[in-house]
Design a protein around this ligand. Sequence first.
Ligand SMILES: NC(=[NH2+])NCCC[C@H](N)C(=O)O
Length: 504
Amino acid sequence: MSTDQQPRANNGVFRTKTVEQSIRDTEEPEHALRKSLSAWDLTVFGVGVIIGTGIFVLTGKVAKENAGPATALAFVAAGIVCALAALCYAEFASTVPVAGSAYTFAYASIGELPAWIIGWDLVLEFALGTAVVAVGWSGYVRSLMDNIDWHLPASLQGPDVAGGTFDILAFVLVLVLTVVLVLGMKLSARITALVVAIKVTVVMIVIVAGLFFIVGDNYKPFIPPAVTPEGGGSNWDSPLVQLIFGYEPTNFGVMGIFTAASVVFFAFIGFDVVATAAEETKLPQRDMPRGILGSLLICTVLYVAVALVVTGMQHYTELSVSAPLADAFKAAGHPFYAGVISFGAAVGLTTVCLILLLGQTRVFFAMSRDGLLPRFFSKTHPRFRTPYRPTILLGVIIAIVAGFTSINELATLVNIGTLFAFVVVAVGVMVLRRTRPDLPRAFRTPWVPVLPILSIAASVWLMLNLPGETWFRFAVWMVIGIVVYFLYGRGHSRLGREGQAAKY
Ligand SMILES: NC(=[NH2+])NCCC[C@H](N)C(=O)O
């Protein structure tokens, strides 16, 4: 390989892979992906991965525990944070149209170690994201089973249910999907479109049918006054800001809206996944920004509406935490609607789960293509031609985690990981304008550096509203990642080896 295009390749941990080099890698025939997606495909794909457990489950949980009717405001706040980040993602996806999302982008702009950190972070985001969605799915399946008076023993309903310990449904779902991926069964574009249609229809039913059951009194008070949680005192489940500034920990009130925003943020994650499809897009320069911003906008409008309707249908203190949208209709005396909603949610969440599991193999693929993870992980199955090794390994781990962990713990960890990726991408956009002003940018983030800086501040603010415990778990995961990099990736990196070879 020639060395002319590698002015900054060196052997430090900040060695960068040039944008040209990243694109060239994707053009090697044995690694190339087909370019077939349009802006519309991306928007459908985006809405398909975005609408999931966040709106179907977490809405009930945060309304009940953190924000009451003001949950709608929490969705607005989280949506704003995402819109800022989306503008940065749109620039990078249109400048570096390569698989691997924030990982690839960081590799081209900031350097290998930051890229690795982001890749490692994305693995967390996707793996635990799968687990959260599986747990959410299980709640709706149980609500559906309730309708036909069929009940699982409490102990098999998962840790979110009183008396539960193991979520058998979530566990089985992840294992089944793992087998599907190993066998290489693909979601055809038609099925995906159908599922997205079902999901959006169900959300519309909630909004439109729900309007008739709104009781004005349920909105009073719109922002419930702050209360100290049982047990009081500062503890690790309190938001980090409260721990740092030594406030008395509280739920509800204005701070409660931010706590809620940092949780429902989960509902918006996915537009960044759209960016991972850049390499498969026909006209990424034009269509990436359209797909990313379009799907985000559609979801924000739907979410705010759902939050307003659901907190209007039932007093927030009464909402169900495992299947709030369906259960609100049950409470209103309409089990038929409840059944339709549970059915739609169950179908819709299955594909989100599948896409996330699949997305994870893409990130692994990009990292192992670069030599930062062992080639072992990119060996495909001789018959099914799928990366079966990481699929099985991770599938089993995720199934177990989904079975034993509560949805809140999982979701907040996904959120902190994703917000962290947002910060890195915003930094990357600014760095690349400095170092590579010459690159063609079909979409330019407006007001650089003001907007990326605002995006960083907003993301950090939501991160600070996550519990101290979440920060601790995230730190542990990151430390493990850094150790793996220095023990393995640094020495095996393809970029590093090429840099070495070029010297002699
Ligand atoms: N990249 C991710 N971790 N996505 C998780 C899926 C989140 C999706 N918005 C949901 O509400 O279910």
